[in-house]
Design a protein. Structure first.
Length: 338
């Protein structure tokens, strides 16, 4: 690739934690980065619903519920988030239910959350990107082309973009990467097609007063629910008592096209069986690509001759930490001399 092409910016499609981690590393190495996301802002599945209803404003984390930090590199990053006030330890009372018996986890594990909401670390990372980064929200990349003078993208909202890019990073769920890469990088499309991402229904509940339940989060190993949490018990949360119910991947996939009202009724009945009373209000959200049934462990995917790559938690063992590490791993590949 010519030196003129190498001077072009790098396109990063997807502003979840993997894309932001990759962009951060590329910028630190001196590159210019253009960041695209189809949403109104960053964070991907580290997501928080903020809204207002008849009872006033409320918020609830409805994607990733917490994250752990095991790798030294990620622990150092989380420490930076804590110092910036955008992440905190969640000292939750946890329990597990197998259908007949409640137990308490005995293995100590540090669980972190974004503060004052799960989107906070991603928003902070965007603010740290600096002048060498351009962010473009509500831009759905639909088509990629590889030319002699670099990569070109076409989006649903803006049509063909005039800018050319020296490299292309896709930090999107695997099923969304397949149609983008199939015409231009079949090997990358095949990697993305080799995993199966699963859906998840989330139900956000609001109450007038704290519930008299003896735990803040519970792993449910029976019925349609997998996880229930007192979202308002997390650090920095204000507003009414809010709870989050996550359905299992198996149940969610079987009911992914169901009407939200039917899903709400089923999950509320399951929560009632655990002792949860009827809420003042409930809001359902469908995640089509919540997690990966068997995530890959290769870290990232990179085609050096084409200068196109993939990163995401689905390439690095799953979870929030895997997303951040995958973005860093791909940045190292992009920065490697040709």
């Amino acid at each position: 690739m010519s030196s003129a092409t190498n001077a072009l910016p790098i396109a990063v499609v997807g502003a979840g934690l993997a894309g932001l981690s990759c962009a951060q590393a590329l910028l630190q190495a001196g590159h210019t980065v253009h960041l695209f996301d189809k949403s109104r802002g960053p964070s991907g599945r580290m997501s928080t619903r903020r809204a207002e209803d008849d009872n006033g404003p409320w918020q609830c984390d409805h994607g990733a519920q917490y994250f752990t930090a095991r790798a030294p590199q990620f622990r150092a990053e989380v420490a930076r988030w804590q110092q910036a006030g955008v992440a905190a330890l969640w000292d939750a009372r946890l329990a597990s239910f197998d259908g007949s018996t409640w137990t308490t986890p005995t293995t100590p594990l540090e669980r972190f959350v974004g503060a004052p909401r799960m989107t906070a670390p991603a928003a902070w990372l965007v603010r740290q990107l600096g002048p060498q980064a351009t962010t473009q929200w509500q831009t759905t990349v639909q088509h990629l082309q590889h030319h002699a003078d670099g990569w070109a993208i076409t989006s649903a909202e803006h049509g063909p973009h005039a800018q050319r890019y020296s490299a292309l990073v896709l930090a999107v769920p695997a099923p969304q990467a397949v149609p983008l890469l199939a015409p231009v990088a079949p090997a990358g499309a095949a990697t993305a097609a080799s995993v199966r991402m699963r859906g998840s229904w989330a139900l956000m509940l609001r109450y007038a007063a704290p519930l008299a339940l003896p735990w803040d989060g519970a792993f449910i190993n029976t019925g349609p629910l997998r996880w229930v949490a007192r979202d308002s018990s997390k650090p920095g949360r204000t507003g009414p008592e809010t709870w989050l119910l996550h359905a299992t991947a198996v149940w969610s996939d079987a009911h992914i096209e169901d009407d939200a009202s039917a899903v709400t009724a089923t999950l509320l009945a399951a929560f009632s069986a655990l002792g949860g009373p009827a809420p003042q209000a409930a809001t359902a959200h469908r995640w089509r690509y919540a997690d990966t049934e068997a995530p890959l462990t290769q870290g990232c995917w990179w085609d050096a001759p084409l200068r196109v790559g993939l990163c995401g938690d689905w390439l690095h063992g799953g979870k929030v930490e895997g997303a951040w590490l995958s973005g860093r791993a791909l940045a190292q590949q992009v920065l490697r001399p040709a």
